[in-house]
Design a protein around this ligand. Structure first.
Ligand code: PEP
Length: 251
């Protein structure tokens, strides 16, 4: 039995004031969410604030990216040990926005996965196809390649210590959600690819769906056999919406 996980990806949004308000709302409502694990992934500069406001609650927190390096002359980079120093549990790796705007390759993403694990963080590895790739019928080829790169570089046992997030790029921030059946098909493919490397890993790894998931569509998505929760962008910025998604996953 895999514990559902709902993780918010705040992206580059918020201020100290708005984050305090958001966290206040989450803390007030999170008591109803007893079965699902819940986390928020904050912009790096706000992680200390998030730590001080969430410490002692059931809500975990994390970063949105990590350096492949441990320390040194890498201006602007943030090491896994730094995220761990501020109590981060999770870190998002290979989000499509980082792949698209920061040139992160499958190889770099795999290195980041290793760096995160070396710091004791749980990586949330994002995979997913663009609209063009879906229309070309190469979704499985793309997602399989992204997953294989991590398995090849990190080994299946290490991949088993992380979380996978299937995020069709065409569904992120667009309001277009994959239908539950479309998402389930790719999630089943991901689990099958993990199983072909190690059945025990495939049985325990959580595969989240991400892409315009919201209170209206969350229940149907998480009802699918291979969808173990969500990575939530826009809806994670509103406490009531995020809590509603958490409640949908809370079984
Ligand atoms: C995301 O960016 O990880 C995401 C899922 O965004 P949204 O929910 O806004 O589509």
């Amino acid at each position: 039995m895999r514990q559902p996980l709902v993780a918010g990806n705040w992206k580059m949004n918020g201020s100290r004031a708005s984050i305090a308000e958001l966290l206040g709302g989450l803390k007030a409502g999170i008591g109803q969410v007893t079965a699902a694990e819940v986390a928020v992934c904050a912009p790096a500069v706000y992680i200390a604030d998030v730590q001080s406001q969430l410490d002692g609650t059931s809500i975990k927190w994390g970063g949105q990216d990590v350096s492949v390096y441990e320390s040194g002359a890498y201006t602007g980079e943030i090491a896994g040990s730094m995220l761990a120093d501020f109590g981060c549990h999770f870190v998002i790796i290979g989000h499509s926005e980082r792949r698209a705007y920061h040139g992160e390759t499958d190889e770099v993403v795999a290195q980041k996965f290793t760096a995160a694990r070396a710091a004791g963080l749980v990586p949330i590895l994002c995979v997913g196809e663009t609209l063009e790739e879906r229309e070309q019928g190469i979704t499985e080829e793309v997602v399989g390649r992204q997953l294989d790169a991590a398995i090849k570089h990190c080994g299946i046992a290490m991949v088993g210590e992380g979380v996978i997030a299937y995020e069709p790029v065409w569904a992120i921030g667009t309001g277009k959600t994959a239908t539950p059946e479309m998402a389930q098909a790719v999630h089943a493919f991901i689990r099958g690819r993990l199983a072909s490397n190690d059945q025990a890993v495939a049985d325990v790894v959580r595969v989240l769906y991400g892409g315009s998931m919201n209170p209206k569509n969350a229940a149907e998505l998480v009802a699918q056999a291979d969808i173990d929760g969500g990575l939530i962008g826009g809806a994670s910025l509103k406490p009531d919406d995020f809590l509603a998604v958490c409640s949908a996953a809370n079984s």
